[in-house]
Design a protein around this ligand. Sequence first.
Ligand code: SIN
Length: 496
Amino acid sequence: MTDLARDKLKDPSLYEPGKAYINGKWVTAKNGKTFDVVDPFTRKIIGTCPEMGKEDVDEACAAAHAAFPAFSRKTGRERAKMLRKFDEAFNANRADLVHLLIKEIGKTKAEAEAEITYASSFFDWFAGEAERMYGDTIPAANPVMRIHTMKQAVGPVAAMCPWNLPLAMLARKVGAALAAGCTVVAKPAGESPLSTLAMAEIATRSGYPPGVLSVVTCLDRTAEVGEALCRNEHIRKVTFTGSTRVGKLLARYSADGLKKLSMECGGNAATIVFDSCDIEKAVTSVITSKTRNAGQTCVAANRIFVQSGIHDEFVKRFIAKLSTMKQGDGYAAGTMMGPLIHERAVDKARLHVQDALQKGAKLEYGPAKAPPLGPDDGFFYPPTVLTNLQSDMLISHEETFAPVAAIRKFNTEEEVIKEANNSSVGLGAYVFTTDLRVATRMSEALESGMVGINTGILSASEGAFGGVKESGYGREGSKWGLDDYTTLKSVTTDVS
Ligand code: SIN
């Protein structure tokens, strides 16, 4: 059994083969089973993790429950200091965390570095917010009564994270939870558990008591573990980033215990480029959004609408830029895009392109049929540009999660608003125009939780991240991100 990830760690104790992390200790699954973690670039096994089940979830949740009373009683100042120490330790282990991200997801070095910086920004932001859990004084109608509110930690949290930005997505949840005084049981995706486990070990080393942050891992038993987390009696809040299909299931499981929920589910970002834009800026920004993490983010530009006056020029410049983006080994200098996460992801991109071409899309760049992958090939899908995107195409309704850009020409603002909102989900959307009136009208009309104006990046720890419609509910990051980990208690005092 190879353990390539560990061989290259400066601190090999950030990963224990075959073990996850419960109650401050590295532990095997109670059933003794493990699964392999595979590098999507080499297809080599880089590590093993326990294939945990309900029995392990119950142990981790009991530890979170036991740790909660003492941890939640810490003052905001104490919790802020702990988070800052954690952030320092996290950054001190940057090289190893970057290595783990490159190996388990196939990120480029620049992207892995950017993810660590992004993750760290949540610790930093929420360290500040820990001291700002304000309540209110409510003027009572009855003269002998006094009413005030206080915010308190909601309780132990189950945090389920995706593989695309495993550390940043976890930091966005854990940073808020630890700031509020909640304990956490995290479940990383089976594709990317190693970086998450390292983060938990770093948290303990930086001073968090056992049980404050545990990590359960699984691949084949993901459905069982997800359900067990949502149904566990100790868990008071469930937070999930991932697909709408799974989000709905987890919400159903959580309903029995009336758990507090945050759901950051899929997107299908409408990206609208008006004639009135700065075209060079628009091209660069749309490419940034489309190719970040090889196209694998929930806020990637998915449906690109370009106004007729600049459509052809935009497509020409878009291809000229996209064609310079080299795919390859995340570690190699000059690589700008890594592989997709697994073969299923490549098959999905293939399906979306074929479906679009059959329904009348025009292939502007990339292969009509991507060559089949050899047994040792990394999971790459070539950058592709299609025009004449139509509403009946799969790519109009599902996130492609690959470097496939689907472009559609439009004429009027009214027409594009209607098409952009023709989606069951609404996470991110982008508008490119230098006309303030158009930008304002569009930001109000688009049915999405976030709108980027003249930018392809929506993500910031201080910004409110989240969606509407079937993209979910709750906000992460920002001052509202902390609220999602608190309950509001009202205290009424008779002073007579
Ligand atoms: C996501 O893909 O879910 C989030 C990406 C981000 O935070 O920018």
